[in-house]
Design a protein around this ligand. Structure first.
Ligand code: KG4
Ligand code: ZN
Length: 351
């Protein structure tokens, strides 16, 4: 079954073709980062308009790369939420129009489920059950995953997401949007031990996160350095390193707790922040000590992309799930309300 995946939830237009028998056939991504950089963050209306411009040319490009035509498509999956509603509507409209024209089923997919399942596209995918740490620009969640659609929320951020904290710290340090990779690059030049930032909510039991206090701590540190006339490139790098280390340590502590609590031996990390090298190395060290393993997607499939949507949609379409005639576009959508899917199947439609 050949599935066209469409991702337009935020500032990236991602398109992919996933074949249930042969795996990922082709994918393409257009990032709007340069357009939004002037504004220091994503401007929703500009995002929607750019998705309109890029979506169909990217679909044609992906079909050409895979040596296929539109008639070869057996189903279409698009991101139905959570995300910017105007941007979601663009992907949903194109998906439904194409599905209607081709006479193939269409399904709206949960963006975070897409992220969660992205490591399944790798040569050695994790087996169920596992604990997943979802760390993106909008979400920080720990989830026990027993199968596709079998999600038990173990903990989540009570305020800012980890990616959001990276983006805001970047702004304070005068770095461009999106801040995560830039803070990480600056931190490479930082001196260990120059600053020590708090590890929020690690001194009490539980698996929830809070990053807004850390953000304020960073702001106070930057302001104090500025007032003392000390805020040069080295000090900015020292602050970036102290911030990144604090976020990584906090995530590692909670992941260790989640593995111990559930008895799971596999940890999956997904979402934009899972591209962070310091986080990957620290989680590898921690899981190694526990005799557990850590799984993640290649960097381009950690951030938003069409491949994860094509994969997640394929599993659900194979199980017979599809939209009605309505386009689904939901800005908020709890992932644990999704219906379960039995073992991912590799052949034939369910109905
Ligand atoms: O998953 P994603 O592409 O979009 C959402 O669904 O939110 O995640 C984007 C977030 C941004 O906050 C970005 O700063 C962060 O992921 N990010 C990183 C890194 N790469 C992306 N944060 C830390 N280190 C990175 N290397
Ligand atoms: Zn995302």
């Amino acid at each position: 079954m050949l599935i066209l995946g469409i991702e337009t939830s935020c500032d990236e237009t991602g398109i992919a073709l996933y074949d249930s028998e042969r795996g990922l056939r082709a994918h393409a991504l257009f990032s709007q980062i340069d357009m939004h950089a002037d504004y220091g963050g994503v401007v929703p209306e500009l995002a929607s308009r750019d998705h309109v411009r890029k979506l169909l040319p990217l679909c044609d490009q992906v079909l050409a790369d895979a040596g296929c035509g539109r008639a070869d498509i057996d189903g279409i999956a698009y991101t139905a939420g959570p995300g910017l509603v105007g941007a979601l509507m663009v992907g949903g409209s194109v998906a439904h129009a194409l599905g209607f024209a081709l006479g193939v089923p269409v399904l709206g997919v949960h963006h975070m489920e897409g992220h969660l399942l992205a490591p399944m596209l790798e040569p050695e995918p994790p087996a169920f059950p596992f604990v997943a740490l979802l760390v993106s620009g909008g979400h920080t969640q720990l989830v026990r995953v027993d199968g596709i659609g079998e999600y038990e929320m173990l903990g989540e951020s009570v305020d800012d997401a980890a990616g959001e904290a990276f983006d805001k710290t970047a702004k304070m340090l005068g770095l461009d949007y999106p801040g995560g990779p830039r803070v990480a690059a600056l931190a490479e030049q930082g001196r260990e031990g120059r600053y020590r930032f708090p590890r929020p909510m690690t001194d009490r039991p539980g698996l929830d996160f809070s990053f807004s206090g850390l953000k304020t701590f960073t702001l106070n540190t930057v302001t104090a350095a500025e007032e003392a006339g000390e805020l040069d490139d080295q000090v900015r790098a020292d602050i970036a390193l102290a911030f990144e280390t604090a976020v990584v340590d906090t995530l590692v502590i909670k992941c260790r707790r989640a593995l111990q609590q559930t008895g799971c031996k596999r940890l999956v990390i997904a979402g934009g922040v899972s591209a962070n090298k310091r986080l990957r190395h620290a989680l590898e060290a921690m899981t190694g000590k526990l005799g557990a393993g850590v799984f993640y997607a290649r960097p381009e499939f950690c951030t938003d992309n069409g491949a994860m949507i094509a994969y997640a949609g394929c599993q659900r379409l194979l199980a017979g799930q599809r939209d009605g005639e309505r386009i689904v576009a939901v800005p908020r959508w709890p992932m644990n309300t999704l219906p379960p899917v039995a073992e991912p199947r590799t052949n034939g439609l369910a109905d």
